[in-house]
Structures are given as structure tokens and as C-alpha cells.
Design a protein around this ligand. Structure first.
Ligand SMILES: Nc1ncnc2c1ncn2[C@@H]1O[C@H](COP(=O)(O)OP(=O)(O)OP(=O)(O)O)[C@@H](O)[C@H]1O
Ligand SMILES: [Mg+2]
Length: 277
């Protein structure tokens, strides 16, 4: 069954081929996320997850395929221009400025209009950061740095946040705290693309999951209907699972992983199964 399109995607990747120098990493990957949607990108080490986020944010230009924001082709636009469209990338490592203070990090790329006003609320969510406003970000603990990275994203008033392994190395209660905050963001209509190592966390958070296997879409499905065994099965890719000759597995029938909004009928998307080819 194909999941019907209910909202225009904010962010869309179409047939992205990308890599580094002579090495091709992504081989025709399509994905999209609408306002309030949460798309989890899963896959083995080296599958191309971080590369996908880099292409989305403009850090890496694809050799073919395209990136669209609100239906407008931004493939050739620089990262800074995409930030102004509301795209915020929290890379791995976290993309904070270690020699600047927590306060400076929060305000560095805050939009002139309404950016500073968001510092108070986010500090209320992460009081640990408030106690460390004057401290150099590089001296924060790993968990505190991750909080700062997420808080910075919030202050930038993003429409789409791309998160690369935000839970990496964090204690479970901290991960809960950060994921709880991200869920609130999604409920406010922010689209999330999360690269996540913990499959159960990804499934709990996301509307859709996309498994990358050797740079292709190994599986794309609604998060509510796909199990961990099926996901791990897709990690190896089509050839690895012995299902030869089926081409690119997964996708919602047209090769596109789609994350639906979190509000209203959005959670209903969990009931709709993304078809596997
Ligand atoms: N700057 C780079 N130059 C050359 N090759 C790179 C570069 N960055 C990544 N690669 C290679 O591209 C492939 C995909 O890397 P990528 O970081 O996207 O994987 P990943 O799925 O995020 O893996 P992990 O789970 O380990 O973070 C890997 O083989 C990696 O070695
Ligand atoms: Mg990575």
C-alpha cells in the first residue's frame, strides 16, 4: 500500500547520488519529510547516513539528483542560504564552537527577529545550560554539549532539523530529555530527520524509517508497522539478504521515504504500511 501524500514536503531529496572524490556513497536515494514529520535514517556504519544529511544541508553537493525545500530546487545553494530557509544541521560531532561560551554559541546564528527571545524558553528546558552560560562550550560534558547543540538549533527557529546521532555516548535519561524536547519541536510543526544508532528509539520517535544499505534505500516503511528484525535484515541490503534481483528494496511504492506530520492524522500514518518491493 502506498502512503498517500497529505502535505507538501518541506524537505525532499530526489535520486541523490553523492560521494567523496572518486568514491560514490549514495546511489539514488530519495526521501522527504513534511512539517511535523519525523524521518529516522538507519543503517550500518558507513552506509551513508551522515552523507545524506550533508547533502540535505548543502555541506556536500550531489553529483546527480536534487534537494528541494518547499518544492524549490536548492541543490546548488550553499549551506548558509539553506539555513535561512529554515534548515538546521546538527552534525556529528556537534557543530558547536568550543572556544565560545554557551551564551555566545546560542546567539551566534540566532535570527535577528525572534532568535534571542527563544533563549529563555530553551534554558528553562535545559537548566544545566543556564548554569553554564559563561562557560566555554568545549569544556562542557558530552551530554551538555549535545544539549547545547539542540538548544542552538531551537534558537535558530528551524523548520527542519537534521540530527546526526544525537544520542551518541549519552546516558539514557539524557537521551530521554533530548528526545522529549525534539518531540515537542515536531508537535510544533518542525520536521525532523534523525540519524540514530538505537533502532528502538528511532522507532519510538519517528513516523517513518529509512534504512540505508550500501548507499541505497534498503527499506522504507511507517515506523509503527516495522519491527527491529526487519530493519536489521535490511541493513545488509538486497544482495546481503539473498533477495537478489529485486532492485532497491523498500520505499513507499515510488522510491520515496516519506515522514508525515506528527499532529492530527499524522500518527495515523503509523497504521499505513509502506510497501516493500
Ligand atoms: N570526507 C570524506 N572523505 C572521504 N570519504 C568519506 C568522507 N566522509 C565519509 N566518507 C566515506 O563515505 C562512506 C559513508 O560515510 P558516512 O559518514 O556517510 O556513513 P554513516 O552511515 O554516517 O556511518 P556511521 O554510522 O559510522 O556514522 C564511508 O565509507 C566513509 O568512509
Ligand atoms: Mg555517520
Amino acid at each position: 500500500m502506498t502512503v498517500p501524500a497529505t502535505a507538501t514536503p518541506i524537505l525532499e531529496l530526489r535520486g541523490v547520488v553523492a560521494g567523496y572524490g572518486e568514491t560514490t556513497v549514495l546511489r539514488g536515494v530519495s526521501a522527504e519529510v513534511a512539517a511535523g514529520g519525523v524521518l529516522a535514517i538507519l543503517g550500518a556504519n558507513g552506509a551513508g547516513k551522515s552523507t545524506l544529511l550533508r547533502v540535505a544541508s548543502g555541506v556536500l553537493r550531489p553529483s546527480s539528483g536534487s534537494v528541494l525545500v518547499d518544492g524549490v530546487d536548492v541543490t546548488r545553494r550553499k549551506p548558509g542560504s539553506r539555513v535561512r530557509l529554515g534548515l538546521c544541521h546538527i552534525p556529528d560531532p556537534r557543530g558547536i564552537f568550543p572556544s565560545l561560551t554557551v551564551r555566545e554559541n546560542l546567539l551566534l546564528q540566532a535570527p535577528r527577529r525572534g532568535g534571542a527571545a527563544r533563549v529563555g524558553p530553551v534554558l528553562a528546558t535545559f537548566p544545566r545550560l543556564e548554569q553554564r552560560l559563561g562557560q566555554a562550550a568545549g569544556t562542557l560534558s558530552g551530554g551538555e554539549q549535545q544539549m547545547l547543540a539542540v538548544a542552538r538549533a531551537y534558537v535558530q527557529r528551524p523548520r527542519v532539523v537534521l540530527l546526526d546521532e544525537v544520542s551518541m555516548g549519552l546516558a539514557p535519561n539524557l537521551v530521554d530529555e533530548i528526545f522529549g524536547f525534539l518531540r515537542t519541536l515536531a508537535e510544533q510543526g518542525v520536521a525532523l530527520v534523525i540519524v540514530e544508532q538505537f533502532v528502538h528509539r528511532a522507532l519510538a520517535m519517528a513516523d517513518r524509517v529509512l534504512v540505508l544499505a550500501r548507499g541505497r534505500v534498503g527499506l522504507s516503511a511507517a515506523a509503527g508497522v516495522v519491527g527491529e528484525a526487519e530493519i536489521f535484515g535490511a541493513y545488509a541490503g538486497v544482495a546481503g539478504t539473498g533477495v537478489a534481483g529485486t532492485g532497491v528494496a523498500g520505499s513507499n511504492g515510488n522510491g520515496v521515504a516519506r515522514a508525515e506530520p506528527a499532529r492530527g492524522g499524522a500518527r495515523g500514518a503509523r497504521g499505513a504500511r509502506g510497501s516493500r518491493r
